[in-house]
Structures are given as structure tokens and as C-alpha cells.
Design a protein around this ligand. Structure first.
Ligand SMILES: *[C@@H]1O[C@H](CO)[C@@H](O)[C@H](O)[C@H]1NC(C)=O
Ligand SMILES: *[C@@H]1O[C@H](CO)[C@@H](O)[C@H](O)[C@H]1NC(C)=O
Ligand SMILES: *[C@@H]1O[C@H](CO)[C@@H](O)[C@H](O)[C@H]1NC(C)=O
Ligand SMILES: *[C@@H]1O[C@H](CO)[C@@H](O)[C@H](O)[C@H]1NC(C)=O
Ligand SMILES: *[C@@H]1O[C@H](CO)[C@@H](O)[C@H](O)[C@H]1NC(C)=O
Ligand SMILES: *[C@@H]1O[C@H](CO)[C@@H](O)[C@H](O)[C@H]1NC(C)=O
Ligand SMILES: *[C@@H]1O[C@H](CO)[C@@H](O)[C@H](O)[C@H]1NC(C)=O
Length: 541
């Protein structure tokens, strides 16, 4: 049974109210409900992949990497990036590259300039609707694309994934995502252990033959529906405590009481996360997921006091996982790239998506590159009362909304080239006022330019080919390369452990952002005043 539980978190600032969760209480599918059939001789990579518990491309489990997918949902703020960084910033994958992750971003409380930074640092930016609604209408989904493109400079072609708020989606959601040009969706649960013969822990698959997960829950799905050729589903793999199927945990497992106990117990949570991981690792190597609402683990967010024990436990888990051979911490976009063209462990050097590169930009150049030293002095603070944010792409004169995701730029500000021409892309979206497009009427990041090289002030690209000015920092790996375990283990900042080998191009680290003096603290004081009386307690209803 699936219970879409609302995780309400009361905090002193509004974003906690968005940290909501979909959680499962038991199996959400069965072979009978799935009624799934797919002919692998007709459904072939890279465009088609049958739902299967076995690795893609006919590879044997011992020849494929063990992927740990790390995701975060909701607003991007300094607090939430600090929270993610305390788990990832000090780590390396086996090729020496910093791990990348997927951020499912919603509009409310997002600090757009940090989205640019996070993307240019190599992470995946994906869509989680504008205002965090379940079974979202098309404008909520596409408006978010436009806002992320216009205010954070994320190329539309790079926003390929979606996760539904509350994990609440319908067959229509899947259809509208496919029609809006998304490549994958990741809201369904794999809620039967991989050790169970009837497991629904399928590797990511395309919907050429319909869904095979959540069949007991989502009306009209499965038994061959919906047919969306080439559109991928990435199941979210649950973890299971000592009660097995009865003891299921999906998002933020560290906020759950384990083993039917009545309190949080990090020791027990670590035990079952390890045992579920081992079941995957020793079995068919279906990916393992760490699906987070990072605000709950932020040590910098006013009023949230995550326990050190929980933070250390998650780092211990990742340390332990990384000590094992062939474990890679990845974004869903990296996993997708490998799925489409799967390579054995010995051939991983050939997988571009797993490599890391540094954009070479003169530190003294003033450009909105997503690199703080280049952007210094160029950011605008857009002081909206609901949630102020910074952007390098010019402040909109009103708050972006579902009806108007890319409002005109404020008069008198240095003009930016950021008109996304949403009408051309998504006819169903209300057009921004025509004056918004008078300035340039073109895409902010042309398809032949990358975000770090696009100058929205001059309206030109510093580097007009896809790979110029990038330097590859990956180290050799595979049959003739270096070893196949990751590095930088030893816990995060709280553990006081080793910080690992310095990684190239880390534009900010776990403590990189401090509140500037001036407007921002004043805003927080205002928010504190408005919400006085609300307890600073993170709880679950
Ligand atoms: C927003 O971004 C600016 C610029 O990077 C930073 O100084 C500020 O601390 C950020 N605030 C939040 C709440 O994310
Ligand atoms: C899913 O979202 C829709 C629209 O917001 C809502 O009507 C419905 O009750 C939600 N379903 C669940 C199970 O929460
Ligand atoms: C926490 O879990 C561990 C390991 O399962 C167990 O030994 C311990 O008794 C538990 N602690 C509490 C307070 O329940
Ligand atoms: C999100 O922001 C919009 C304005 O863009 C506002 O209408 C809505 O109420 C906000 N939602 C939440 C949950 O704060
Ligand atoms: C990049 O695209 C722009 C606009 O489409 C075009 O004018 C320019 O010539 C292109 N540059 C290269 C190097 O292809
Ligand atoms: C394996 O990786 C570790 C951690 O980066 C490094 O210290 C060690 O020298 C590597 N061993 C080989 C044989 O490359
Ligand atoms: C948690 O860790 C922080 C940072 O190391 C430290 O300042 C704080 O005192 C610790 N809190 C507890 C309750 O141990």
C-alpha cells in the first residue's frame, strides 16, 4: 500500500514548509498488477530498454558499476547546498572526479544564482514544479523550465528530468512530461526488496511498453500503459529495515523510526542502509538511492538542528560504500547516459558523463559564469517579500509565477539577454509581456554555448564550441588505469575527518556561504517576526 504522507516541518523560515515527502508503507506493485511484457529483441538501447532486474545491454552484474544515486528536492539555497556539501564535497569517484548529484528544483525560496553555480559545478538541475504541487498541470512544469532558464541560465536541453512533489503523479503527468520534451521521470517507488523473487527493483527503463512500478497505486498505468516510446522511468529504490517488506523506507530514511521502534535510531538506520546496499551490490547491482530533502540536514538553516549523529551516520554509510570496489556516486543524468550506452567496469574510461572538466575562464573576467569570482559585482538582489533571491541574469520586475514565469526585467538595471521566448517552446504558457522580448528575443544560452561561457550582459559567448576551454581532470580508470574505489572518505566536516584530496574546481564548499550584511539578515528578521510563535521543530505528521 502506498500512503502519500505529508511531511510537515515547522520552521522559523518558510522553506521548511516545502520539505514534504512521499512515503510508502508497503508494496506498490505486483507482477499481476504490472501485466508487463517487453520483447528485448525489439526494444533495444539506446532508445528503448525493457523493465528488467538485470543490468542493461546484457552485461553481467559483476561487470557493471554499483551506482549510488544522490538526489535533493525543493528550494536551492545556501542552507541546502551546505547540507549536500557536507556529504559530497570531500569525496571523489574512482576516476578522481567529484561526485555529481541531481537537484529537483522548485521555485519558492530558490536563490537562482546558486542554481547557476551548482549546475556549472557539474550537477544536474531538474524540475520539481514551480510551486510544489502534486499531479501538476503543464504550466507548473513548463513554467519552472522557463524560470530556471531565464533566471539561472540553465540550458533547456540540460533540464531533462522531473520528480513530482509528494511523489504524486498520474498517467497524465507522464504524458505531459514526454510531450514537453523531458527524457525521464523519477517519482515511482521500487518497494519490494531485491532479494524477493517478485521484486520491482527494475533498472531504469523506457515506457515503450508502459509502466511496471506503482501499478497498484496509479490509475490507468501498467498492463502496457502509458506507451511513451523513448521516455525513461527511474524507479526510486526503497531501503528495508529488519522487518523486510514491512519495514520500508524511501525518502530521508534517517527521519524514520527503524525496526518498528518509537524513536530515531541512527545505528539501526545505518545497519539497514548497509544491508539493503549489500543486497543490491551482491545481486543484480540495481542502483541504490539516497533521496534527500536536504533542508532537514542543514546545520546553517536557522532553527533546524539536525543531530550530529545523523549527519555522521550518513557520512559513515558513504565512507563504507566507497571503500568497496566500483562504487560511483552519480546524478540521474549520469546514470541515464551510462544506461543508454552501458560499458563494463573495464571500459568506464569511455563514458564521458562520468568525467569531470573545468571551464577555463580568466578569474578577472567579469561574466555570469556560475563561478563566484567571475560573477562578483554582477549579481542583482531581487528583494521580493515572499523570498528574495540573487541572480546574474537581471531581476524580474515582479515575482515569477505560473502565469508569468519570465517577467520583464526591472527598468534601469543593466540589461540582460535572457528572453526565453516561451511562446515558441510551450504554446500553452501565457506569453510574457511583449516588451520582455524586445531586448533580444532569443534564447539566453544558445545551443552552441555552455552556461559558464555565456555573457548575458554583452549577449555573446566566450567560447562557441561545445568543448573548447574545458580541461579534463579525470584520471585514468579501468583495465589499465588506476584503482576502482572512490576517495575522500573519512566523514564530513562534522566528523573532523580527513577532507580527502583537494578536487579541482570546487566553487564553494560546505561552509562557502555566509549571510552578507545588509538586506538579507533584515529579511530574515522580518520573517522571524512574522512567524513568531511557530516552534522550530522538525516533525512528521
Ligand atoms: C543567495 O546567494 C547569494 C550569492 O551567492 C549568497 O550571498 C546568499 O547567502 C544566498 N542566500 C541564500 C539564503 O541562499
Ligand atoms: C495528488 O495531487 C492532487 C492535486 O494536487 C490532489 O488532488 C490529490 O489528492 C493528491 N493525491 C494524493 C494521494 O495525495
Ligand atoms: C538502536 O539500534 C541498535 C541496533 O539495532 C540497537 O542495538 C539499540 O538497542 C537501539 N537503541 C535504542 C535506544 O533502541
Ligand atoms: C510559492 O510562491 C508563489 C508565488 O510565486 C505563491 O503564490 C505560493 O503561495 C507559494 N507557495 C508556497 C507553498 O509558499
Ligand atoms: C552559435 O550560434 C549562433 C546563433 O545561432 C550563431 O550565430 C553562431 O555563428 C554559432 N557559432 C558557432 C561557432 O557555431
Ligand atoms: C587508489 O586510490 C587511492 C585513493 O585515491 C590512492 O591513494 C592510491 O594510490 C590508488 N592506488 C593506485 C594503485 O592507483
Ligand atoms: C555537533 O557538531 C558541531 C560541529 O562539530 C559542534 O559544534 C556541536 O557542539 C555538536 N553538537 C553536539 C550536540 O554534539
Amino acid at each position: 500500500m502506498l500512503r502519500r504522507v505529508l511531511l510537515l516541518a515547522f520552521g522559523l523560515l518558510a522553506p521548511l514548509a516545502l520539505a514534504q515527502d512521499g512515503s510508502v508503507t508497503g508494496a506498490t506493485s505486483s507482477a499481476a498488477a504490472a501485466g508487463y511484457s517487453c520483447d528485448p529483441s525489439k526494444c533495444q538501447l539506446p532508445k528503448c530498454n525493457c523493465a528488467s532486474t538485470s543490468p542493461p545491454g546484457g552485461l553481467s552484474p559483476s561487470d557493471v558499476p554499483m551506482f549510488v544515486v544522490f538526489t535533493a528536492d525543493d528550494a536551492v539555497q545556501s542552507y541546502t547546498l551546505d547540507a549536500v556539501n557536507q556529504f559530497l564535497a570531500h569525496r571523489q569517484n574512482p576516476n578522481g572526479c567529484p561526485p555529481k548529484m541531481t537537484y529537483y528544483v522548485s521555485l519558492n525560496f530558490t536563490n537562482y544564482t546558486l542554481v547557476t553555480d551548482w549546475f556549472v559545478a557539474g550537477n544536474e538541475i531538474a524540475d520539481h514544479t514551480m510551486t510544489h504541487v502534486g499531479t501538476p498541470p503543464q504550466d507548473e512544469v513548463n513554467g519552472n523550465l522557463i524560470a530556471l532558464n531565464a533566471l539561472a541560465g540553465i540550458p533547456l536541453k540540460s533540464i531533462i528530468g522531473f520528480r513530482a512533489p509528494f511523489l504524486n503523479y498520474s498517467v497524465d503527468t507522464l504524458k505531459l512530461l514526454a510531450s514537453s520534451g523531458f527524457t525521464y521521470e523519477s517519482s515511482s517507488a521500487s518497494a519490494i526488496p531485491v532479494t524477493d523473487p517478485g521484486t520491482d527493483a527494475f533498472w531504469p527503463y523506457t515506457l515503450d511498453n508502459g509502466m511496471a512500478n506503482d501499478c497498484l497505486e496509479v490509475d490507468g498505468s501498467c498492463k502496457g500503459q502509458p506507451v511513451l516510446p523513448g521516455f525513461w522511468e527511474f524507479p526510486m529504490y526503497a531501503t528495508f529495515d529488519s522487518r523486510g517488506t514491512e519495514g520500508i523506507h524511501l525518502m530521508d530514511p534517517w527521519l524514520d523510526n527503524p525496526n518498528g521502534q518509537t524513536t530515531i535510531n541512527d545505528t539501526a538506520t545505518l545497519e539497514y542502509m548497509k544491508s539493503t546496499f549489500t543486497d543490491h551490490y551482491n545481486g543484480n547491482r540495481q542502483p541504490f538511492g539516497l533521496y534527500t530533502h536536504p533542508v532537514h540536514l542543514s546545520t546553517t538553516y536557522p532553527g533546524v538542528n539536525p543531530s550530529n549523529s545523523t549527519i555522521n551516520m550518513i557520512n559513515q554509510f558513504l565512507d563504507w560504500a566507497q571503500e568497496q570496489q566500483n562504487v560511483w556516486i552519480v546524478s540521474n543524468a549520469q546514470l541515464l547516459s551510462w544506461m543508454q550506452n552501458p560499458k563494463t567496469i573495464a571500459e568506464l574510461d569511455q563514458v564521458d558523463a562520468l568525467k569531470c572538466s573545468t571551464p577555463q575562464i580568466d578569474p578577472s573576467t567579469k561574466i555570469c559564469s556560475g563561478i563566484p569570482q567571475n560573477e562578483a559585482g554582477l549579481l542583482s538582489l531581487c528583494p521580493f517579500s515572499d523570498f528574495p533571491f540573487y541572480t546574474c541574469y537581471g531581476c524580474p520586475e515582479v515575482e515569477p509565477t505560473v502565469d508569468n514565469p519570465n517577467p520583464n526585467q526591472v527598468d534601469g538595471q543593466q540589461a540582460r539577454f535572457r528572453c526565453a521566448s516561451p511562446l515558441l517552446l510551450f504554446p500553452s504558457i501565457a506569453a510574457p509581456p511583449p516588451s520582455a522580448c524586445v531586448l533580444t528575443n532569443r534564447l539566453p544560452v544558445p545551443t552552441n554555448c555552455s552556461t559558464p561561457f555565456w555573457d548575458p550582459i554583452a549577449g555573446k559567448c566566450l567560447c562557441t564550441s561545445n568543448d573548447c576551454a574545458f580541461v579534463d581532470n579525470s584520471r585514468p580508470i579501468g583495465a589499465n588505469g588506476a584503482n576502482l574505489t572512490g576517495g575522500g572518505t573519512g566523514g564530513g566536516p562534522l566528523a573532523g575527518g580527513s577532507s580527502g584530496t583537494p578536487t579541482p574546481f570546487v566553487p564553494f564548499n560546505g561552509r562557502g556561504y555566509v549571510l552578507p550584511s545588509g538586506v538579507w539578515p533584515a529579511t530574515i528578521c522580518g520573517a522571524l517576526g512574522a512567524l513568531a510563535g511557530v516552534l522550530g521543530v522538525v516533525g512528521r505528521l
